[in-house]
Design a protein around this ligand. Structure first.
Ligand SMILES: NC(=O)c1ccc[n+]([C@@H]2O[C@H](COP(=O)([O-])OP(=O)(O)OC[C@H]3O[C@@H](n4cnc5c(N)ncnc54)[C@H](OP(=O)(O)O)[C@@H]3O)[C@@H](O)[C@H]2O)c1
Length: 511
């Protein structure tokens, strides 16, 4: 059963399994993972044989770990308040193993514990290892798992036996070379079919809906093409700053944090050819083809097509906010970009000559992620209209917030005169299906338990993404990493980003 065929219907539980979370004392576990499992449980999507095992350095009892997780679920679950009867049953499946990742004893203890869970909780020897730790720890963990005999090769499952899978969190490397090292590290122990690389954007309902929207409607596909599309804009905007994570952000910047993964995945889903089926590799093959079609960002192209920015002081929703360089743990002369805009070309038959303008940033005017497909102007202007012409039809797919799809078109205002007015047909998820839709992590965790890899990033996708972004960084280094232009917090980025599209006679949308 493929996840994309099911829409909102949760019609199959995951396989019986034990989920082992390495780094279970971290933020991700209590904020996202355990709340997601709790909600899967409430919606009856968990198998009857199920257990969560937290692994981290600090000594603690099962009860202490359960209490921490209960607090996390109470705070972060989409269903509130916590259901006490359900929780008391659910928490019996939550246990904890203390140990450092470099000690073989940790893995031996874990093996004995998992064997016990197979007997007590019917977890059927299936293991989902979740690496909720910095990538520097991956090597030790996968080596430890392998030497403790905790990893079954994939043919065991193919022949009807138990499965072993590993879920890996971002950041998946900081450039192509480091991503390849990580991939090699994981490949030393796991077959690619066992590796589930999370890009949580792919778990969002609206992102999954992109494929359904494109390929389950006959209306859009014929016009999804250079003949009809003038250009595409993809925006991933945040209004928040670095929120106390200055140290982390100084190492990464927006291009590596957002563009290399989430934004490029959105671009792939927008530009890809119809896959021959919705099987994981069929979809991922098409996404890789888009990545391989991107016009390489040679140095001269970077200067022309990529604009960096860094937020200065300004006002966001009426509040005065500091400049990036005034944030804690940020260098006073930092050159890290908090905004980037790019003009990207997909050099293939479908998209030849159609620019994709993409931008991502922090401290922008509002939080919004959207893909806007702008159609060509009518070929002949019959009507007089302001701006000397009729505006273009726009299909805007809003990923967050207010998930939905809006189609803008031109109509006549009622009255004696022919006055043109833009209106929108607006479909909103919340209004159509109710707002309590599953969190991205729920979908992704369930899919990893089902062995459905469609919504996870394959090795070659990750490496193609980095190869593209590395060239941008090479060009910036060659300019001695000049300081990025500043933009006022609460604006839509530096004016150079406006010039990037204005040169082509276009404007950024104000989503
Ligand atoms: N939080 C999110 O929403 C989010 C979103 C996307 C991706 N991620 C990624 O997911 C991973 C986990 O995120 P997180 O927010 O939970 O991180 P975190 O709060 O920093 O926790 C990381 C976990 O790793 C352990 N750890 C860190 N360094 C270690 C070391 N040298 N040796 C052994 N254990 C070590 C920590 O153990 P101690 O408690 O013992 O220090 C903790 O259990 C990270 O790679 C992060 O980038 C997180």
């Amino acid at each position: 059963m493929n996840p994309l065929r099911n829409g909102l219907v949760e019609d199959r539980t995951g396989d019986a399994c034990a989920v082992v979370i390495f780094g279970a004392s971290g933020d991700l576990t209590k904020r996202k993972l355990v709340p997601a499992f709790y909600n899967l449980g409430v919606s009856r999507s968990l198998p009857s044989g199920f257990a969560i095992v937290g692994v981290a350095r600090r000594e603690k009892t099962h009860e202490q770990f359960r209490a921490e997780m209960k607090e996390g679920v109470s705070t972060f679950s989409r269903r509130k308040p916590i259901d006490p009867a359900f929780w008391s049953d659910f928490e019996r499946g939550i246990t904890y193993v203390a140990g450092t990742f470099d000690a073989q004893k940790t893995y031996e203890d874990l093996r004995l514990h998992l064997d016990q869970l197979d007997r007590d909780r019917g977890t059927a020897k299936n293991r989902l290892f979740y690496l909720a730790v910095p990538p520097s720890e991956f090597g030790q963990i996968v080596a430890g798992l392998k030497s403790a005999g905790l990893v079954q090769p994939p043919n065991v499952h193919r022949e009807g036996g138990a499965w072993t899978r590993v879920v890996v969190e971002k950041p998946f490397g900081h450039d192509l070379a480091s991503a390849q090292v990580l991939n090699d590290t994981i490949a030393s122990t796991f077959d690619e079919s066992q590796v589930f690389r999370i890009d949580h954007y792919l778990g969002k309902e609206t992102v999954q809906n992109l494929l359904v929207f494109r390929f389950a409607n006959s209306l859009f596909e014929p016009i999804w093409h250079r003949e009809h599309v003038d250009h595409v804009q993809i925006t991933v905007a945040e209004d928040i700053g670095v929120e106390g994570r200055g140290k982390f952000y100084e190492q990464i910047g927006v291009t590596k944090d957002i563009v290399e993964n989430h934004l490029m995945q959105l671009l792939c889903l927008t530009a890809m050819e119809p896959p021959i089926s919705l099987a994981a590799d069929a979809v991922r093959d098409e996404k890789v083809k888009v990545l391989r079609s991107l016009r390489p960002m040679e140095r001269s192209l970077v200067q022309e097509n990529v604009i960096r920015g860094q937020y200065d002081r300004g006002a966001v929703r009426g509040d005065e906010v500091p400049a990036y360089r005034e944030e804690p743990d940020v260098a006073r002369d930092s050159r890290v970009e908090t905004f980037v805009a790019m003009r990207v070309f997909v050099d293939n038959w479908r998209w030849g000559g159609v620019p994709f303008y993409v931008r991502a940033g922090k401290r922008l005017a509002r939080r919004v992620t959207e893909i806007a497909v702008q159609f060509k102007r009518v070929p002949h202007g019959l009507f007089r209209a302001p701006d000397g012409g009729i505006t273009q039809n726009v299909l805007a797919m809003r990923i967050q917030p207010d998930e939905g799809i809006a189609l803008r078109f031109t109509t006549k205002e009622p009255g004696q005169h022919t006055v043109l007015r833009d209106v929108a047909m607006d479909f909103r998820y919340g209004a159509a299906f109710g707002s309590n839709t599953p969190e991205a992590y729920e979908r992704l965790l369930l899919d990893s338990m089902r062995g459905e890899a469609t919504l996870f990033t394959r090795r070659d996708e990750v490496e193609e993404q980095w190869a593209y972004i590395d060239r941008v960084f090479d060009a910036w280094r060659a300019e001695a990493n000049a300081p990025p232009p500043l933009y006022a917090a609460g604006s839509w980025g530096p004016e150079q980003a406006d010039d990037l599209v204005a040169r082509d006679g276009r404007r950024w949308r104000k989503p």
